[in-house]
Design a protein around this ligand. Sequence first.
Ligand SMILES: Cc1ncc(COP(=O)(O)O)c(C=O)c1O
Length: 394
Amino acid sequence: MTDVAARLEELRERGLYRRLRLIEGPQGPRVLLSGREVLLLCSNDYLDLAGDPRVREAAAAAALRWGAGAGASRLISGNMRPHRELEARLAAFKGYERALLFGSGYLANIGAIAALTGPGEVVFSDELNHASIIDGCRLARAETVVYRHNDARHLESLLRGAAGTPSLIVTDGVFSMDGDVAPLAQLLELARRYGARLLVDEAHATGALGPGGRGAVAAAGLSGEVDVVVGTLGKALGSYGAYACANAETVEYLVNRARPFIFSTAPGPPALGAALAALDILEAEPERVERLAANARALREALAAEGLVATGSTTQIVPIEVGEAEPTMELCERALERGVFAQGIRPPTVPEGSSRLRFTVMATHEPDELRRAAHQVGEAAREIGLLKAPTIAA
Ligand SMILES: Cc1ncc(COP(=O)(O)O)c(C=O)c1O
């Protein structure tokens, strides 16, 4: 057996083996999964814009006008009008002087974090931050100090210990695997008091929280105050790519020092055209954001009625903690047999012993189908002994 085969075998034995599923059609609230229609409850296309005809048309029009690709990095010959236009729109949308596009949210996080900190400095990172933030901390080669999830008091005690050292506090705005929201006002207050910068990743907050879906930072009234706001075009904005918003000086610095920006091909015009159209729709139809929140509430309530309680979630991300990886995946498969496509999440995405079935709702789900889905998942959980009515052994 090769070492790779052995490592794969070990993953299988630990219930951590992952495989790709195939969607045979466009994205939407219901999708064709291996030839069968299922209710999609694990997409980040929260506002159902990836398949929106206006967004698709805009991507096609941008391809016809500007071409399929940018052909080079931005600092060589890949900087085109659609980049400039989208950056101006994103900066205005988020309430910042400037925005800078990246190839993806992963790249934006590693690029911004590693540019803004370095050896001899400290990054304070929430223990449940996304993998791209964790990897950004590693690449920065700064000392990484992890604080307890959403625990501002713990963070303060750690900041006190590092007083005088240049530092950056980094947090998800909406936590991707938990669906709760960071205490941004407290984090910013601490950042100011201890002379640190604050970076907030709005990957799951944009399109979901705040006025017109402007995000968690806007919801907290802190637009333009938080030093750096990162967001992705790949989730609620239905496209691909990402951005960092900051003051003009910081963005100019990222242009010069963020390695994924400097050393990678600029995002292609079709993705930019799609994101611009998605922003137009978001601004014209803010009710999508309200429908997303209402659907999230409906799903949480319907799951709770089955005894499946999503502790902590206040957003469109609704996780039901099971514990071990194997029963989590069993629940996932049984739900899928019933036409409900939610994702089982295991380590290393979440800590050991906290595997979960993670639901994400979309603005265009029907409340009734969400209630039916919750019931079906409840049945599946009872079938495999996870749920002893009326409450789950979480
Ligand atoms: C919190 C968070 N940040 C960043 C990312 C990465 O964004 P992208 O998918 O654009 O690379 C994700 C997506 O998985 C995420 O959940």
